[in-house]
Design a protein around this ligand. Sequence first.
Ligand code: HEM
Length: 146
Amino acid sequence: MDLVNLTVRSLKLGDVKPSRENFLQVERDSITERNDIIGERKCRLKEKSHDELRIINLAEVAWHDTPDDCWLVIYDYVYDCTEFLNNHPGGQDILLEHAGRDATLAFISTGHSAVANATLERYKIGELPPEERLFRTPNGLKISGF
Ligand code: HEM
């Protein structure tokens, strides 16, 4: 495209004035889109029901203690953190130190945010059998507020 054509084109574009209504509609559309995305994320992070969770005991968790297969126990729930290793803001080494074991105290003492707690849900794959739980009683009641 030569210079004359370009100039004519930009003059034409300059004539198109965005109306206030168009602008508001674009805003409305983008807000609706954003709300849909947030809603979808909330759904995905919704707490898994007990029926969806597999009972996994500590002996089984212990087998998953490598960078290719890293499970952690936090608050009596079992998490497969393998895919999260490279994305953990605290680094992967600290997760690997607890691979195959209970990491609840380490997780609490680091003072993780609400975002971190919500992120956990994504990796939840099961829960400990009632007799191995520390934070929830066998009838499902929580012992501590978490
Ligand atoms: C699946 C389990 C875990 C998830 C989803 C997770 C998530 C996160 C997130 C989102 C952050 C950013 C700060 C925040 O929002 O709180 C963070 C930071 C951190 N995490 Fe974790 N974490 C997990 C397990 C652990 C464990 C077991 C430890 C062991 C001590 C740990 C140690 C840290 C540290 C030291 C930081 C701070 C990094 C910094 O500020 O430089 N995390 N984690």
